[in-house]
Design a protein around this ligand. Structure first.
Ligand code: FE2
Length: 453
């Protein structure tokens, strides 16, 4: 990206070791970057006086005493205490937070939604007003669980900034291109990529190419990390070098501005006289990043049967109970199917974990019809589900030659906690009334006689 394509007045690092087009490679590295030469102190974090008259400030994403603390040291024009004033509560009625269990909404059921329609002419939504919560799980006050959202964004935030004290956000675009101007640098994001926005980090969202639609997983708990690889070893799945963290970028703007903060499920606004995106240099391992899903190298069955879908985990957010994630982000993408004498699509199952799926593009193999790009489905804790009749009959009778599963990219936000529908998801969103019908024609084949039916 060239300098002139940055937002007005934004200055980006010109020299940073290991950069590629404004991003630094690696997952959770201890990065360092400066947008002005000499702005980053060397050999210490908190000099008596910082270069350029900057203020030193630490952003801690974990408790200080966590075994692997995650934090960033920021060198900024004003300390963050100058980026808030008195707060007033504001209403963003479609952005919900757990616990949000509604007595009149039935979350127990297999649900599927058509794509939420793009806004019509005259409708204008920003990142904040265009967020529609579909499900919530856990409890934000105890920092466990998650929410799933659909976003519809047509307009850039102007002199408006946001951060969530509640959560880390995993953004999965499905249509349109967005720009996240963050305290730590600029991320441009398009479909087939995902972004991770850390808890507490201030940003503004601009539309590069709209309208924009996508999915968000709001993680109330411990940060996403790369899954343990076990016997897979060091390679394949998501490789750390394919995560990209932006180089430092800042703006020095004196302008009436509004900062919105999400805190314990409530939204608060505060008015200030300048841009809070004023970090000139930073170092540390607590920073936003993006990842290109096309670099995900899937691993699977090469003789018969197939592994659990956990084999497709891109990122996992631990819950404190080993092997039982607060959230797994799982990707179903193009791959070769080669298993012999096996039913190749996902099998029928009933699962402790609650599964929210979204389709980014193409056709999902267990649901050839009805699960459209932009659509989503929910299979909740201990609710049975599996291939629809067409997928079952097709896969049961197919000639099992090597076959490329092409033009397919779906994902799952899977959590150990039951997911509760919001009123929007249950009433306003395009819920499919006939989803259950995809299984009703699965007939009884058993007649007591031996042999394959
Ligand atoms: Fe499932």
């Amino acid at each position: 990206m060239t300098e002139h394509s940055l937002p007005r007045g934004m200055i980006r690092a010109t020299k940073t070791t290991g950069t590629h087009e404004g991003y630094m490679p690696g997952f959770g590295n201890d990065f360092e970057t400066e947008a002005l030469p000499g702005a980053l102190p060397q050999g210490q974090n908190s000099p008596q006086k910082c270069a350029y008259g900057l203020y030193a400030e630490q952003l801690s994403g974990t408790a200080f005493t966590q075994p692997k603390p995650e934090r960033a040291w920021c060198y900024r024009i004003r300390p963050s205490v100058r980026h808030t004033a008195r707060f007033k509560k504001i209403d963003l009625p479609y952005w919900k937070t757990a616990p949000n269990v509604l007595p009149d909404v039935i979350s127990l059921g297999q649900y599927r939604w058509d794509p939420v329609p793009m806004p019509g002419a005259g409708e204008s939504y920003t990142w904040l007003t265009g967020m529609r919560t579909a499900t919530t799980a856990g409890d934000v006050n105890t920092q466990v669980g998650m929410a799933s959202h659909i976003y519809l964004v047509t307009a850039s935030m102007v002199d408006e900034y946001f951060y969530s004290a509640d959560s880390e956000l995993l953004v999965v675009p499905q249509e349109g291109r967005l720009r996240f101007c963050t305290e730590m640098g600029v991320i441009d994001l398009e479909p087939k990529e995902v972004a991770i926005l850390p808890r507490g980090m201030v940003y503004r969202v601009e539309v590069l190419e709209g309208p924009c639609r996508g999915f968000v997983c709001e993680n109330y708990g411990q940060k996403f990390e790369l899954p343990g690889r076990g016997p897979i070893g060091a390679n394949c799945l998501a490789n750390p070098r394919d995560f990209k963290t932006p180089v430092a970028a800042f703006e020095d703007r004196e302008m009436p501005s509004r900062v919105v903060i999400k805190w314990c499920g409530q939204f608060h606004a505060t008015e200030i006289g300048h841009s809070p995106l004023d970090v000139v240099a930073w170092h540390g391992n607590y920073a936003p990043s993006k990842y290109d899903l096309r670099t995900y190298s899937p691993v699977g069955a090469i003789l018969f049967d197939h592994p659990d879908p956990s084999i497709f985990t891109v990122l996992t957010a631990p819950s404190g109970q080993p092997g039982t994630a607060n959230i797994d982000f799982v990707l179903f993408r193009e791959r070769w199917m080669v298993a012999e004498h096996s039913f190749r699509p996902p099998w029928y199952h009933k699962n402790l974990m609650s599964e929210l799926m979204g389709n980014i593009y193409g056709q999902y193999d267990a649901k050839p019809q009805g699960f459209a790009p932009g659509g989503m489905s929910l299979h909740n804790c201990m609710l049975p589900h599996g291939p629809d009749r067409n997928a079952f009959e097709g896969a049961s009778n197919a000639e099992l030659k090597a076959e490329k599963l092409d033009n397919t990219m779906s994902f799952m936000f899977e959590t150990r906690f039951p997911q509760h529908l919001t009123e929007w998801a249950a009433t306003e969103a395009p819920l499919q009334d006939d989803y259950l019908d995809c299984w009703t024609s699965l007939e009884k084949k058993f007649d007591g006689t031996p042999g394959v039916k």
